[in-house]
Ligand binder design. Structure first.
Ligand code: HEC
Ligand code: HEC
Ligand code: HEC
Ligand code: HEC
Ligand code: HEC
Ligand code: HEC
Ligand code: HEC
Ligand code: HEC
Ligand code: HEC
Ligand code: HEC
Ligand code: HEC
Length: 405
């Protein structure tokens, strides 16, 4: 620059400034980048590879149809404008045009930019489509496979201590609705987890944090969410009693079954019972449970047939199906002709509890004493019998010996 100024010595100062201005403008104005076709002249060759064997081919036709089809190559490859290329090409920064997605991703579980560039979910960088296009990796029907590339991979799951959820999801009610029926409104991973700002279930802001799960499922299952919120379990959760169940405790999150399926009905009684242990054991003593245990699956009364599934309420609540005034209706659903006398039968009668069930307690006590008495009698009887038999044997042997001597 100084040399230029010295050479321009003889020329007037005005001219020097004009020349300088032109040089600066030329230097700063971006060189007009090549169009796609010039770059594709080389890169459309499907055999093109770099020294490491990594493909350098770009499918120009697909790129042209993609959402970025109207951009020029150097809009993304900002440092590659003509040929020859710079020696080291910079990584493409999606953030220059998509700042909000980038910042959402930053604070998420996938925030580690090295391992999770945008293309890990959006696929081939040169074939990105809008999310409502069937060809998009984030089209609702394609989301599970996209997330499943990593979350169905046992190695990755083990490395990060995560469950391999994809196979469970595929077999679930939502997975089959999506894959088999193509039901766009069925829940895919994104519906419950979000897309860019995915958080761990331990984060209170996460849609999969325990207390938020009813509302997450409730975006689609609105009526059930209302029933749940008004029931005893919903009340307990709202009061911060995290021991109460939410949707995923009874249905699971990823392996959700059709509730009318026998498999669900068989596993749900133990699930209610895992928290209500005393009620499960008394239920097991009753006819309804014995019937269910007879083998295979029998249409008997399960916990929710008497209590409801989502709006469970204590007996003292007048709206509860187990409130004394409602029992005739509740039992009457299966026992035609049920009356006030019939519903005195106690589904949770605890024969070990004298205060609550005195009659049953004494009957049980009597039966147990009787059993013990009978057993004791027979044990003594058998011992005496054996003793007597032995004595007779000895006596007759002694008699025999006497004869031979
Ligand atoms: C004359 C052929 C030719 C043209 C035209 C051409 N390239 Fe390349 N490009 C190559 C070759 C050869 C390589 C491999 C370089 C290497 O391995 O060092 C390459 C590599 C690249 C890479 C990868 C670099 C890396 O680090 O992996 C990008 C990105 C790229 N080109 C973009 C472009 C863009 C954008 C254009 C248009 C502005 C373009 N190329 C035009 C031949 C070409
Ligand atoms: C929407 C942004 C975008 C546009 C537009 C774009 N690319 Fe790329 N390209 C990428 C990304 C992202 C990569 C992956 C490597 C990286 O992150 O830098 C890439 C990689 C490449 C590579 C390296 C080989 C590979 O697949 O990893 C080549 C060569 C290339 N692009 C050429 C082109 C050409 C030629 C065009 C124009 C026809 C083009 N790109 C347009 C985003 C873009
Ligand atoms: C963990 C997977 C994942 C990653 C990583 C990811 N995306 Fe997305 N992206 C999605 C999903 C899923 C959708 C569809 C959202 C929907 O249907 O509402 C989406 C939608 C989009 C959209 C459409 C507008 C919108 O927000 O719905 C843009 C633009 C986008 N992503 C850009 C990016 C960029 C840029 C990055 C990197 C900073 C990125 N994505 C990283 C999964 C991802
Ligand atoms: C030079 C600016 C630019 C860059 C860099 C860029 N994009 Fe885009 N992108 C756009 C434009 C423009 C659109 C079209 C927006 C529209 O139609 O609403 C778009 C649309 C998208 C969409 C579709 C949005 C939708 O409505 O579903 C996705 C996904 C996307 N870009 C992802 C990426 C990813 C991933 C990268 C990095 C590999 C990237 N973009 C880099 C400009 C860019
Ligand atoms: C119907 C809603 C729903 C759908 C659909 C769903 N998830 Fe989840 N996911 C949850 C809930 C709720 C949790 C947290 C509670 C739990 O693990 O039981 C969770 C937890 C997770 C976890 C973390 C487990 C942990 O222990 O921290 C991962 C990873 C995950 N989901 C990935 C996925 C992927 C991938 C898909 C799609 C194949 C998917 N999820 C589909 C609701 C859903
Ligand atoms: C490129 C691989 C990859 C893809 C694609 C991917 N994930 Fe992940 N995901 C991971 C890894 C790795 C972690 C663990 C991050 C950590 O713990 O540091 C993770 C963590 C998670 C977690 C949090 C688990 C927890 O409790 O800590 C959820 C939820 C999750 N991913 C859901 C999704 C969903 C939904 C999609 C699709 C929209 C998706 N992921 C796509 C690799 C991936
Ligand atoms: C994006 C909307 C959406 C979300 C979110 C969602 N579901 Fe669903 N769910 C559906 C659709 C649609 C069906 C119907 C599928 C079918 O019938 O094939 C369904 C079916 C079900 C069924 C079977 C019921 C029946 O009668 O077929 C159960 C149980 C279920 N979902 C539980 C849940 C739980 C629990 C959550 C939250 C962890 C949840 N869903 C989140 C849309 C959703
Ligand atoms: C305490 C356990 C439990 C909780 C918590 C629970 N469910 Fe259920 N859910 C069940 C049982 C049991 C059934 C079967 C009821 C039947 O067949 O009468 C069921 C049935 C369903 C059905 C099928 C339609 C129906 O009413 O029969 C859907 C959908 C459903 N639940 C979604 C949800 C959602 C969404 C949540 C959270 C807001 C939730 N469930 C919370 C146990 C539960
Ligand atoms: C994850 C543990 C858990 C599971 C599973 C569970 N419950 Fe509960 N249940 C609770 C808690 C906690 C309360 C609230 C007690 C309170 O408010 O102090 C409760 C309350 C109730 C009540 C009201 C009684 C009262 O004392 O308020 C009934 C009835 C009930 N549950 C029945 C069921 C049935 C039926 C199922 C299965 C469909 C079930 N529960 C599954 C934990 C559970
Ligand atoms: C045949 C109907 C029936 C079945 C089946 C049944 N219950 Fe009950 N349950 C009742 C009635 C009636 C009461 C109220 C009287 C009592 O406490 O014995 C009750 C009381 C309860 C209570 C206490 C409610 C309160 O207000 O204190 C809980 C909790 C409970 N049951 C849970 C369960 C669980 C868990 C199961 C399944 C293992 C189950 N029940 C099966 C009818 C039933
Ligand atoms: C979901 C259906 C269903 C509900 C609800 C139900 N039961 Fe049952 N119960 C059965 C079946 C099935 C049997 C066995 C067949 C039979 O004897 O009728 C049975 C048998 C019985 C028996 C022994 C046999 C008999 O008929 O004398 C009694 C007692 C009984 N139930 C009482 C009740 C009471 C009390 C309620 C309400 C708190 C109730 N049940 C609710 C289905 C149900």
């Amino acid at each position: 620059m100084l040399r230029l100024l010295r050479r321009c010595d003889g020329v007037g100062l005005g001219w020097t400034l004009v020349l300088l201005g032109m040089a600066v403008v030329l230097a700063c104005s971006p060189a007009r980048g090549w169009g796609q076709s010039e770059c594709l002249a080389c890169h459309a060759d499907q055999e093109m590879k770099d020294a490491a064997g990594h493909s350098l081919a770009v499918n120009g036709e697909k790129f042209g149809q993609s959402i970025h089809g109207s951009l020029s190559c150097s809009d993304c490859h900002a440092d590659v404008k003509t040929y020859p290329h710079p020696e080291k090409v910079a990584k493409v920064q999606c953030v220059t045009c998509h700042a909000s997605q980038e910042s959402e991703l930053k604070g998420s579980v996938h925030g580690d930019g090295q391992e999770h560039p945008c293309t890990s979910c959006h696929g081939d960088a040169h074939a990105i489509f809008t999310k409502s296009d069937r060809r998009s990796a984030v089209y609702p029907l394609n989301v599970p496979t996209t997330c499943g590339h990593c979350h169905g991979n046992n190695g990755m799951a083990q490395k990060h201590g995560l469950p391999s959820v994809y196979p469970n999801y595929t077999d679930s009610i939502h997975g089959t609705a999506l894959n088999k029926e193509g039901l766009l409104v069925a829940a895919n991973c994104q519906s419950c987890h979000g897309s860019h700002h995915i958080l761990s279930r331990k984060d209170p802001q996460s849609p999969t944090f325990k207390a938020n799960i009813p509302n997450t499922c409730g975006t689609c299952h609105a009526k059930i969410n209302v029933e749940f919120t008004e029931g005893a379990h919903g009340h307990a959760i709202a009061a911060g009693k995290m021991k109460a169940p939410v949707c995923s405790d009874c249905h699971t999150a990823h392996a959700i079954l059709q509730p009318t399926e026998a498999k669900f009905r068989m596993q749900s009684t133990p699930i209610c019972g895992s928290c209500h242990k005393d009620k499960l054991s008394t239920y097991h003593d009753t006819f309804h449970s014995q019937l269910g245990l007879l083998g295979g699956y029998v249409e008997t009364a399960r916990c929710w047939d008497c209590h409801g599934a989502h709006d469970v309420l204590p007996a003292r609540n007048a709206n509860s199906p187990i409130a004394p005034a409602n029992l005739v209706t509740t039992c009457g659903r299966c026992h035609a002709g049920a009356n006030l006398k019939f519903v005195q039968y106690q589904p949770h009668a605890n024969a070990r509890d004298r205060k609550m069930n005195p009659a049953l307690y004494y009957v049980r006590l009597f039966m147990n004493l009787l059993l013990a008495g009978v057993l004791t009698f027979f044990v003594i009887h058998t011992i005496l019998w054996l003793f007597r038999a032995r004595m007779e044997q000895v006596r007759s042997k002694a008699g025999d010996g006497g004869d031979h001597a």
